[in-house]
Write a protein that binds this ligand. Structure first.
Ligand SMILES: Nc1ccn([C@@H]2O[C@H](COP(=O)(O)OP(=O)(O)OP(=O)(O)O)[C@@H](O)[C@H]2O)c(=O)n1
Ligand SMILES: C[C@](O)(CO)[C@H](O)COP(=O)(O)O
Length: 279
């Protein structure tokens, strides 16, 4: 549950909470506090729904609300922040009565949204406090997974993240369109390589390969530095990749398949199956 509510400069609105300007400076010298930060400013292009996917109903409530409720149910989380687009008109209907601060500073990419939020929180969150950044599109998060991440990363200077070891054989294709729905290696038509002839397909050894989930947890100072230093935004597809670009190695903590990212329409039924299970 919410322990305290730091003040936020600029773009925040704080329904149902009372801000206290002095709390941030207390934290850094002592034990860190843990803050949830949920980027929710995406449009959900791959979901191809009528509106942003974070507001689609999954298992009886909006996808974003599942993520908010997981953090609100965790006794380890001091406060939860959600980042939305400046023109978002749906967030108020999704919020619980208290415990969540809305930051209306979403950007063009996930990285921009997270970095804008960190800048908005400067001074409200201590440099040594820990930020747990979690996709709004992962409704299967549980308080137990939050606790597992925090315990697994504890004290590691490069932070860490939930992730799953790769279990399938992994292929790399030279096809230009290798995304969902594309055929590869056929030699003609959809899925052919950019040049003449069929796309080249090869097997990538899966030893040591993991699929990154969220939350991804780093100190405020490290995450702000890493994202602020990123030069190739297209290479920063998660928070950890920005930290890795500094030459650091975040710790991997085994997550759970229920914490899948809802990306394509078919993912909704899988998410609902997990949400119907006991946690
Ligand atoms: N400019 C953006 C883009 C994404 N996100 C958030 O980052 C998370 C992971 O992104 P993704 O699953 O890719 O969501 P979308 O960007 O909405 O989906 P798509 O890429 O299919 O458009 C989501 O919670 C999404 O809302 C964000 O805050 N700001
Ligand atoms: C952060 C993430 O969920 C880790 O797997 C993923 O990288 C987000 O990617 P997306 O393309 O923005 O969905």
């Amino acid at each position: 549950m919410t322990a305290e509510t730091p003040a936020v400069a600029g773009t925040a609105s704080t329904p149902g909470t009372a801000s206290t300007a002095s709390t941030a400076s207390i934290s850094s010298a002592s034990a860190p506090r843990y803050f949830a930060l949920i980027p929710a400013a995406g449009v959900g292009a791959r979901m191809a729904a009528d509106g942003p996917k974070q507001y689609l109903s999954v298992g009886g409530k909006p996808m974003l609300r599942h993520a908010l409720d997981a953090f609100l149910a965790s006794p380890l989380i001091a406060h939860t922040y959600v980042v939305v687009s400046p023109d978002d008109g749906q967030i108020d209907a999704v919020l619980p009565p208290a415990g969540v601060t809305v930051l209306r500073c979403g950007g063009a990419t996930r990285m921009d949204s997270v970095l804008n939020a960190l800048r908005a929180l400067q001074g409200a969150v201590g440099e040594g406090d820990m930020m747990l950044v979690h996709d709004a599109a992962r409704p299967g998060l549980t308080p137990a997974l939050i606790a597992k991440l925090i315990a697994g990363v504890a004290g590691h200077p490069a932070g860490g993240l939930l992730a799953l070891p790769v279990v399938d054989t992994v292929k790399r294709s030279t096809a230009a369109e290798a995304g969902p729905g594309a055929a590869v290696g056929s030699g003609s038509g959809s899925g052919s390589g950019p040049g003449p002839g069929p796309a080249k397909v090869a097997t990538v050894p899966r030893d040591g390969l993991w699929l990154a989930q969220t939350p991804q947890m780093f100190s405020y100072a490290l995450l702000a530095r890493a994202l602020g230093a990123a030069t190739d935004a297209s290479a920063i597809t998660d928070d950890a990749s920005a930290v890795e670009a500094l030459g650091l190695s975040p710790r991997l903590v085994e997550g759970h398949p229920r914490n899948l990212k809802v990306t394509l329409p078919a993912d909704i039924r899988i998410a609902e199956m997990y949400l119907a299970e006991p946690q």
